[in-house]
Design a protein around this ligand. Structure first.
Ligand code: GRF
Length: 315
């Protein structure tokens, strides 16, 4: 299943077009499900609509930031977006919106970050006598043009370059940089190594946790004690990447599977005391996984140790 991406634009939308055309290539791991704008006249909207992509636009004038962003958020969710790609979206986002899409929203910025956040990036690079301008794709965090940089392309500054002539070349570099960076970003969340790294970090953060290999699977237990989680990838060729955690028994297992048969399953050879939780569906709620691990840990932890967690009464 392809990752569903919504693109937010305010203007020409050439980066959006680059993302959209790249999405047409065989094997591209994402598809564009919505192009949305705070500017109903953004030329990019026509291009997207002509390509058969759903569009939505609404002028933000007269609306406060939170209300407008809530509206955008609603549209993104309706469109089933897993990720948001900002592409020349000239509007500061509310903290609530950024939090709602934390770790799932990227931006492209026309400078070699951390240099020159904000506007007039090309003039600033020229005025500083830099040898290179360039562009960066980064994860969006509450501070403007700040979050972790995923990829950058330097673009040499020519003698006599103006902000416009440099901007034109940087834009070409942007179009080359954004699609593969987005593709890699949505892919990594489904890659077994990345999923194991994330599950491991949560499991190993629990008191006295350690990792061994059991039946060929990374397995987490309490030092010299019982196991509370297994990470499985394509075990016996089942094609799943999942975490196995302890549950109370057959009833809970059946309930979970009934509630969400795609995500939960009965792990072969483990019996009723465990449930498999798929990690490879692309929409894993990692806070929920942390809770599952904590509960599973509590289920096997000796009383003394469980008391340390201060949450033993939950059981
Ligand atoms: C690009 O330079 C991008 O880096 C910046 O805004 C510009 C958008 O251009 N954030 P376009 O609308 O994608 O053509």
């Amino acid at each position: 299943m392809k990752a569903k991406v919504a693109v937010l634009i305010s203007g020409t939308g050439t980066n959006m077009a680059a993302l959209l055309y790249a999405a047409k290539a065989d094997g591209c791991p994402y598809e564009i499900v919505l192009v949305a704008s705070n500017n109903p006249d953004a030329p990019g909207l026509t291009l997207a609509a002509t390509e058969g992509i759903a569009t939505w636009a609404r002028a933000h004038k007269g609306m406060n930031r939170d209300a407008f962003d809530a509206l955008v958020d609603e549209r993104l969710r309706e469109a089933g977006a897993d990720y948001v790609a900002l592409a020349g979206y000239m509007r500061i986002l509310s903290d609530g919106f950024v939090a709602a899409w934390q770790g799932r929203m990227l931006n492209i910025h026309p400078s070699l970050l951390p240099l020159y956040k904000g506007l007039d990036t090309h003039q600033k690079a020229i005025d500083a006598g830099d040898k290179f301008g360039g562009c960066s794709v980064h994860i969006v965090t509450p501070t403007l043009d700040d979050g972790p940089v995923l990829a950058q392309t330097p673009v040499a500054i020519l003698p006599g370059d103006t902000a416009d002539s440099l901007a034109a070349r940087v834009l070409i570099a942007e179009h080359q940089l954004y699609p593969p960076t987005l593709a890699a970003f949505v892919t990594r969340e489904r890659s077994p190594d990345w999923l194991l790294g994330r599950a491991r970090a949560l499991a190993m953060a629990l008191p006295e946790a350690d990792e061994v290999t059991s039946h060929g699977m990374p397995c987490f237990g309490i030092v010299k004690g019982k196991k509370f989680a297994y990470f499985t990838h394509d075990h016996h060729g089942d094609g799943r990447t999942a975490l196995l955690v302890k549950i109370s028994g057959a009833d809970e297992q059946a309930q979970l599977i009934e509630m969400d048969a795609e995500r939960y399953y009965r792990p072969a050879y483990f019996g009723d005391g465990w449930v498999g939780i798929r990690l490879d569906l692309g929409d894993t709620d990692w806070d929920a996984i942390a809770d599952w691990l904590r509960k599973s840990w509590l289920a096997v932890a000796p009383k003394k140790l469980a008391g340390l967690m201060g949450a033993a009464e939950e059981f």
